[in-house]
Write a protein that binds this ligand. Sequence first.
Ligand SMILES: [Ca+2]
Length: 309
Amino acid sequence: MSRPSTLIPILAAAFAATFPLSARGQSATAPVVIRSFPHDRTAFTEGLVLFEGKLFESTGLEGRSTLQRSEIATGKLEKKIDLDPAFFGEGLARVDRRLYQLTWKNGTAIEYDLDTFVERRRFTYAGEGWGLCYDGQSLVMSNGTDRLSFRDPETFGEIRSLKVVSGGQPLFNINELECVKGQIYANVWQTDRIVAIDSKTGKVLSEFNAAGLLSAAERQGVDVLNGIAYIPESGNFYITGKYWPKLFEVTLGAPPKPTVVAPPKVAPQIKPGCSLGHVGGSEGYFAFPALLALAGFRRLAARARALTG
Ligand SMILES: [Ca+2]
């Protein structure tokens, strides 16, 4: 087992720093990779949630959809249930100790007990279900359009909707979501874009390009980027994708501060006014040779006096 390497990806991300201006006229920054972990290569990831150090994941495809929980460090699957084969699993969000899972075209949201995965309730909604997150008051849902829907977790009824705008243009195909402190992070379907949306205005505030995360070899057989989970302890994020072999821990936004390098030690200097009688501390190194030199001078002077006298 290899330990996660941190230096190389950080250096690579630093070189990748800023991508050219996107089509929307906004700069897209590369996520800075802190480390990576194994991810379930068979998971068609549709929803990603972190809670109490565990990764909760909703996976899609008809007949293969699941709700699962895994260990971050090893990717080891700890708990998994299969959905009704007719359901195509989509976005996932946590409210207290409950999980809400969307379905794509089945018009059904399923509420589970977080610990047991036992189903508690079902809700119905119109249109498609894509991504889901919880902002502490409302569930926020995407559906493939440029609108986010804010819903009451108790009824799943819509409270308000929000039009998402990037560079003055509507932003469509908003997929997996993560609610973080007044912003909604989202990846845009079929792209490597991650956007941070102001939850009040709908404006895209910042944008990230995750294109460089997987190597060419790792990209073989994978599907698109999909899956963002916030890590409250560090302010970092876990991101992954459909069939991706890795879960990446990244920073989005300000890169970590550079390591402070201690200045080289400077050779001690004789302080002005240092007395010869003060032999102690760094001054002692210079006072002692000076005393020897003075003693030698006195001996020479005494011999000169003896010879001339
Ligand atoms: Ca998420």
